[in-house]
Design a protein around this ligand. Structure first.
Ligand code: ADP
Ligand code: TRP
Length: 321
């Protein structure tokens, strides 16, 4: 099974990203043919700052490698290193009805949040379709917010196949509706847009500040509390070993749960959980050329595959004369 996933290099990755997407993506390199890439061309629609985009791309790649993505077991590259994708995006764009793009919520939502409206932002879903179709991906794991973009990619693939003959695999979205939404410090969905995140690679000091700032209620220690309604417990649950989790669950239900103590335990658990990744990340940060080399090799491998598809597409549409 060929699985493909693109990640925007915008902002520090947080534990919501990790448990919501990165962990299962990294695990899929063992069971599937994984194509994973950093979508810098997409990020350019909202990050127009040379330094921020370049640093963000390298950092996102570094973080993924540190967390276990293994370039020996998957294909890992940066979107813009494969220029074939923009040519395909153009060809697909002439088959994309305006109405299809006009219906996309994501464009409207981003403009409402202050992202400058531009042709690139509007045609974002066409570039995303090119990302997916270029590599003949079968499965694309995405969050619920990307569901519509996957429908656009499928519509374009079907239209191309009907117009020019069977060419593209029609991709299937993989959307895990049961996937828990990881709450942020304030109990809302953890999101960089809400400023309520716990960054995976926060410094020790910053991590402590974040964990101590997790919002809890003001009930007395002896009072019985519902653990499922407590965002501290939801976060604690992600890291605690089963036997200790059962004990703390008992303290919530029967009274005696001390939030301050649980927070300190959570802090230790967080540090332990990401310790190896943190060490690996420090080594990679000290050797950025090593990361560039990995990405460069990934791009070379994947360009071979991209050029096979693009060659076929050029032929199908009449660009070979
Ligand atoms: P953010 O909300 O911080 O901007 P993104 O929209 O860039 O995060 O999300 C990147 C990926 O991480 C998506 O696949 C998304 O589903 C996942 N993700 C983000 N926040 C959470 C969360 N709080 N819980 C679970 N998954 C999340
Ligand atoms: N639009 C996706 C997001 O914001 C990122 C993305 C770009 C992507 N190209 C992709 C995801 C191809 C999956 C497949 O999260």
């Amino acid at each position: 099974m060929r699985i493909l996933s693109g990640i925007q290099p915008s902002g520090q990755l947080h534990i919501g990203n990790y448990f919501g997407m990165m962990r299962s993506m990294i695990a899929s390199q063992d069971s599937s043919e994984l194509y994973a890439f950093i979508v810098d061309l997409h990020a350019l629609t909202s990050v127009q700052d040379r330094e921020r985009l370049a640093r963000g791309t390298l950092e996102a790649a570094t973080d993924f490698l540190a967390l276990g993505l293994d370039p020996e077991r998957c294909l890992f590259w940066v979107q813009s290193d494969v220029p074939e994708v923009t040519e395909l995006a153009w060809i697909l764009s002439v088959l994309t009805p305006m109405g299809l793009l006009e219906r996309c919520h994501s464009y409207k939502d981003k403009v409402a949040r202050g992202v400058a409206s531009s042709h690139g932002l509007f045609s974002y879903p066409v570039l995303m379709a090119a990302d997916i179709l270029l590599y003949q991906a079968e499965r694309v794991p995405v969050g619920k917010d990307q569901k519509q973009h996957l429908e656009v990619a499928r519509d374009i693939a079907i239209k191309f196949n009907n117009t020019f003959g069977e060419t593209f695999v029609v991709p299937e979205p993989v959307i895990d509706d049961n996937l828990a939404t990881i709450p942020g410090l304030d109990g809302q969905k953890m999101s960089k847009s809400y400023g309520n995140t716990i960054p995976i690679f926060a410094s020790e000091k910053e991590l402590k500040k974040k964990v101590m700032a997790i919002v809890t209620d003001a009930t007395p220690v002896e009072a019985a509390k519902d653990p499922e309604k407590c965002n501290l417990f939801s976060l604690y649950k992600l890291f605690a070993p089963a036997d200790r989790l059962a004990e703390v669950h008992g303290l919530y239900v029967n009274g005696g749960a001390m939030y301050g103590k649980i927070k300190l335990e959570l802090l230790d658990l967080l540090q332990d959980y990401f310790r190896a990744a943190r060490e690996k990340r420090a080594r990679l940060l000290a050797a950025p050329d090593q990361v560039r080399e990995i990405l460069g090799q990934g791009a070379i491998k994947v360009r071979e595959k991209a050029s096979v598809t693009l060659d076929l597409v050029r032929d199908r549409v009449g660009l070979k004369y």
